[in-house]
Write a protein that binds this ligand. Structure first.
Ligand SMILES: Nc1ncnc2c1ncn2[C@@H]1O[C@H](COP(=O)(O)OP(=O)(O)OP(=O)(O)O)[C@@H](O)[C@H]1O
Ligand SMILES: [Mg+2]
Length: 376
């Protein structure tokens, strides 16, 4: 089933959305009428109402049958009578001419994430404040812990376009990499992920970093599309995000929570404070968390100092070099053996992350909030 169906005779409108990596199909009135009789439907219906003075007759029946689906209206101008009719028909967003691909894409994505939050998986992103603070350790173990705790597959994506370590932590040598996935993202279908991921653990799929980096910049649109598709196909996705790659940091719109990992070292803390502040401004404070990894109670910089610098409540993960390094060398996430204090702390952290995020995702969205009318 396509995510987005567009009721239009204008192929350019279909192409506009297709280039943004969404699964899109153009439909006609007969297909709209068919949707009203079946249980399966696209998540978003885009109705091209340019040049018409009334909405398609099949729209009310579609809305009755699929009350969870979003409807985006494309109009020539914000004509009050048509707007009133659209509001009564349960239209969620409205985009007026002159049409811009960006505005249309944003309207559809807002509807996808806001109207159907329960159909969107949780995405947890990990960024190290400095090299070697343990971002990959936390990402891999969060994926392994959440995979073991639930019946669902977890997807771990190593967003390093070269020299990422997630595959090493999991003891696998995948055939395909995240770059292969980004290359193919315009042709996403049900089998897309099974063709590119490595089955790293019984409940963890991995999209690894390539063994050999390739020249050329990564297209942020494709990364966004990959993360969005991941959120739709997997209940949980975990990202190992490279700190120095601004393209990747700028594409986390679909992340439920972004975790900045730091140590108790002064330069790492300073970077953590800066990165967290940038992320809070970009994605909102509620979605950004800071974790001190390798925490030592007797370190010169204490928990209170850390919180003063970071400006929020900070979680701690204890230090256990032997357990961490032995697990890495064995290619087996340390949370799979629950004896150590470090493993217990990582599992508790992962559960807390997933639990807190779930509560937020399940909050009902307000009716008024859904009626966002925007001009292109
Ligand atoms: N809580 C911990 N206690 C002790 N050692 C740890 C802990 N967490 C991670 N380590 C160790 O620290 C080292 C660096 O960890 P990791 O590779 O996860 O860091 P990173 O932030 O991803 O580094 P990079 O910047 O290279 O991506 C590894 O040897 C790992 O085993
Ligand atoms: Mg790493």
């Amino acid at each position: 089933m396509h995510q987005i169906a567009i009721l239009t005779s204008d192929e350019r409108l279909v192409d506009m959305l297709r280039t943004s990596g969404l699964r899109v199909s153009g439909i006609d009135q007969a297909e709209l009428a068919r949707y009203a009789r079946v249980t399966e439907a696209p998540q978003v219906l885009v109705v091209d109402a340019r040049g018409v003075d009334q909405l398609p007759s099949g729209l009310p029946a579609f809305r009755r049958q699929h009350s969870g689906a979003g409807v985006v209206l494309v109009v020539s101008s914000l004509d009050p009578r048509l707007m009133l009719e659209a509001m009564r028909a349960g239209v969620t967003e409205c985009v007026a001419e002159p049409l811009a691909a960006k505005a249309l894409d944003e309207a559809v994505r807002r509807v996808l994430t806001n109207v159907l939050p329960h159909q969107t998986g949780q995405v947890f992103a990990f960024i190290g404040a400095k090299g070697g603070v343990g971002a990959s350790t936390l990402a891999v173990n969060t994926a392994a812990a959440l995979g073991r705790e639930s019946d669902n597959q977890v997807l771990l994506i190593d967003l390093h376009t070269g020299h990422g370590d997630a595959a090493l932590f999991l003891g696998v040598e995948p055939r395909f990499s995240v770059l292969d996935a980004l290359e193919k993202i315009q042709r996403v279908d049900e089998s897309f992920f099974s063709g590119v991921v490595a089955k790293a653990l019984s409940s963890v799929h991995l999209l690894a970093s390539p063994t050999r980096p390739r020249p050329g910049a990564v297209d942020s649109k494709r990364v966004r599309a990959l993360l969005e598709s991941a959120g739709q196909m997997y209940r949980t996705t975990v990202l190992d995000v490279p700190r120095s790659d601004l393209t990747m940091i700028d594409t986390l719109d679909h992340a439920t929570t972004i975790v900045v990992v730091t140590s108790q070292e002064i330069s790492s803390l300073r970077n953590a404070a800066r990165i967290a502040e940038t992320l809070r401004q970009r994605y909102g404070p509620a979605r950004v968390k800071v974790v001190v990894n390798r925490f030592h109670r007797d370190a010169v910089i204490a928990q209170e100092d850390v919180e003063r610098v970071i400006g929020s409540d900070v979680k701690r993960i204890p230090s256990d070099y032997k357990v961490a390094v032995d697990a890495l060398n064995a290619g087996r996430p340390l949370v799979l053996d629950m004896e150590s204090r470090l493993a217990k702390a990582l599992v508790a952290f992962a559960k807390d992350l997933a639990g807190v995020a779930k509560e937020r995702a399940e909050k009902p969205s307000s009716v008024l909030g859904r009626l966002a009318w925007r001009r292109a």
